[in-house]
Design a protein around this ligand. Structure first.
Ligand code: THU
Length: 137
């Protein structure tokens, strides 16, 4: 955990940079996410909205999908960056997807432009989550 947190500055920077690429013309709510893979790679993603609003994909899910497309499926920490006074927590759909690829004790950190942070475990975000284990047991 300490080693992962040592890379927190890098993760925050990656999430911040990703938020600059967000396509959010409707909400103007620009989100960036960055994930640290167990192999030590940092992958990022931003939210991508659509004129058909319901097709919007959040930054967290784009981040994980992008990592999976690079052959990475295991993550220790995810950072969510927004320039909002109130730290942005992951939405419900993203909590479910995060729970698929992170362990219940893994860390998700929300950060804003004042460098204020809020930290959760996956278990706190989605208690008693339905995960692959439920299908395989
Ligand atoms: N959004 C994210 O990217 N992640 C979240 O966890 C919360 C919401 C995006 C979706 C939409 O583009 C905008 O923020 C407003 O809901």
């Amino acid at each position: 955990m300490t080693e992962q947190l040592n890379r927190l500055d890098e993760l925050i920077l990656a999430a911040k940079q990703a938020s600059k690429h967000a396509y959010a013309p409707y909400s103007k709510f620009y989100v960036g996410a960055a994930a640290l893979t167990l192999s030590g790679i940092i992958v990022s993603g931003c939210n991508v909205e659509n004129a058909s609003y319901g097709l919007t994909i959040c930054a967290e899910r784009n981040c994980l999908a992008s990592a999976i497309n690079q052959g990475e499926q295991a993550f220790s920490i995810v950072v969510i960056y927004t320039e909002q006074e109130v730290i942005t927590p992951p939405c419900g759909a993203c909590r479910q997807v995060l729970a698929e690829f992170l362990t219940s004790s893994s860390t998700v950190i929300g950060v804003n432009h004042f460098d204020q942070q809020k930290q959760w475990t996956i278990a706190e975000l989605l208690p008693d989550a339905f995960t692959p284990k439920n299908l395989y047991e």
